[in-house]
Design a protein around this ligand. Structure first.
Ligand code: ADP
Ligand code: ADP
Ligand code: MG
Length: 498
């Protein structure tokens, strides 16, 4: 087989990547997924394609979860619904006991906790991600900013270290000029961030952000930076192997956010030109090289109104919205993560990576947009996945699945591809209409409204879009006809004593 591959490459001049098992490297054979939900399902799919045995873990609350059904093996980790997925020692013990040679952290939970990578290393379980030192450095936004400044990458103007006290904050904010952002040094998931428009605001929010940071991230460290006025959030996906090869898979525009959390992401960004695109890609690769990065990562930037980019942070893990980069490049990022952890080299150079068309991802959350996006947990009475050209779903739900109230409300992702932007808008509306999620409220009807807004359609929007359009939650809710027919039939039958 190996000879055949080589012979082929002689004939055609092309180099075919050898299958993992034939490379002679000690490749991963069994992998534990330290996560749940759609991302656990995503990783199980990558394992199945790579011939790797997948091992799921689940808490009592997750006993009906889809990842439990799809994995080759699944182990119950007890009654603690959130803490269960955060117990690094216990999870690695389970990986060792079940003879896993690798562990994938997914996103959220322990994915940015250097302790997990450290424990894995000490137990000879390969961690699918960068090493603990890099996770620690990039997880600390102050250290990450310093590393980028040292590499001559522009960062948002702000603190050099964590703030000592309110007086220091007031003095620094006076220098930088309001508005400023107060942020948790170890923050993530859009939490622990507050805008202050004045010294009075800073007085009011200082203790608040400290207490949010301590509660959510176990560290009271906070810092401040200049608040960029109406920025675009543009991030770059990178891949780096152990052999010094670093490539980028172009950018994603994540400006459609609510309370600093992404709702819709688009690749490539419809709001930047080729020159900016090239600069971003090269700068993200430089950022990764500067910290000796390995595996998949994301470099996040803010773009201001004067077309200036600023480094914001780096995420040292697989990202929710990785699917749109996969869609425009054809590269399976989870497969690449596994190959990199195998110790294999990337099989293409930057110039081999092509992009085609546009892709959009919509996070389908079990929330009621009409009720301040309050989570809407409960049983999915029926679920129909959309289909047709250019449509991909990554879902954690199925008909009859009871969404537990213990976790994040994101229950599915819809990723749509089309050759041009206009076609993408039309196809995405069609795919949303094609999707049926019954039993809980979701963000689907809200996204249908976003797709009608002229600014969105013209490809011009910033992180203020959602706040600027409160009217989008005023859509009409009509009961789906099929549900209504079923209800009337049932009532009539009861009335007639049938
Ligand atoms: P992405 O950039 O991949 O979209 P997000 O910041 O939206 O990442 O986070 C993905 C998920 O992980 C969210 O549901 C969020 O609640 C969770 N998450 C992210 N960072 C943290 C963190 N540091 N601690 C706990 N949960 C986090
Ligand atoms: P997290 O780690 O929670 O993802 P980020 O630092 O990436 O936090 O910021 C999340 C979001 O908050 C950004 O996408 C952006 O919308 C907003 N934001 C963060 N910093 C600034 C800033 N300095 N100016 C304006 N908006 C910001
Ligand atoms: Mg971020």
């Amino acid at each position: 087989m190996r000879d055949c591959d080589l012979a082929d490459s002689k004939k055609t001049g092309k180099v075919f990547p050898l299958s993992r098992q034939l490379t002679g490297t000690d490749v991963i054979k069994k992998l534990l997924i330290a996560n749940r939900g759609e991302i656990a399902v995503r990783i199980i799919r990558a394992c199945a394609e790579a011939g790797i045995t997948s091992v799921a873990i689940y808490t009592d609350a997750d006993r009906y979860a889809l990842h439990v059904k799809k994995a080759d093996e699944a182990y119950n980790i007890g009654p603690e619904s959130v803490a269960g997925y955060l117990n690094a020692h216990r999870i690695v013990n389970l990986a060792v006991a079940t003879h896993c040679d690798a562990l994938h952290p997914g996103y959220g939970f322990l994915s940015e906790n250097p302790l997990l990578a450290e424990i894995c290393a000490s137990r000879q379980v390969r961690y699918i991600g960068p090493n603990a030192d890099v996770i620690r450095m990039m997880g600390d936004k102050i250290e990450a900013r310093a590393a980028m400044l040292a590499a001559n990458i522009p960062v948002v103007p702000g603190s050099k270290g964590s703030l000592k006290d309110l007086d220091e904050a007031l003095a620094l904010a006076g220098e930088i000029g309001y508005p400023i952002m107060l942020k948790a040094t170890n923050g993530g998931g859009g939490r622990g961030i507050r805008r202050c428009n004045s010294a009075q605001d800073l007085h009011k929010n200082y203790q608040r952000v400290i207490s949010e940071a301590s509660k959510a991230f176990g560290s009271a460290d906070i810092f401040l930076e200049k608040c960029i006025d109406r920025p675009r959030h543009i991030e770059v996906q990178i891949l780096a192997d152990r052999h010094g090869n670093v490539v980028h898979l172009f950018e994603r525009d994540c400006s459609i956010q609510r309370r600093h959390q992404k709702l819709i992401e688009i690749a490539p960004s419809p709001q930047i030109n080729e020159e900016q695109r090239q600069w971003l890609g090269e700068t993200a690769v430089r950022a990764a090289r500067a910290v000796n990065y390995e595996n998949a990562g994301t470099v996040e930037f803010l773009l201001d109104k004067d077309h200036q980019f600023y480094f914001m942070e780096m995420n040292t893990r697989l990202q929710v919205e990785h699917t749109i980069s996969e869609t425009i490049t054809g590269i399976d990022i989870v497969r690449e993560q596994i190959r990199i952890a195998d110790g294999l080299a990337l099989t293409y150079r930057q110039e081999d990576i092509q992009r085609r068309g546009y892709a959009m991802e919509l996070r389908i959350n079990a929330e009621d947009p009409k009720n301040d996006f309050l989570p809407s947990f409960g049983r999915i009475t029926r679920y129909f996945a959309p289909g047709g050209p250019g449509v991909r779903t990554d879902a954690a739900i199925y008909s009859g699945y009871p969404i537990p109230p213990d976790y994040d409300s994101m229950c599915a992702k819809l990723t749509v591809w089309a050759l041009d932007w206009e076609e993408l808008l039309n196809r995405t509306s069609r795919a949303l209409t094609d999707t049926g999620v019954y039993g809980v409220k979701t963000t689907i009807p809200y996204y249908m409204e976003i797709l009608k807004v002229a600014d969105f359609r013209s490809g011009s929007f910033d992180t203020g879009f959602v706040e600027d359009h409160p009217e989008l939650t005023a859509y009409k809710t009509s009961r789906p006809t099929r549900e209504l027919t079923a209800a009337i039939t049932a009532a009539l039958s009861a009335h007639l004593g049938l």
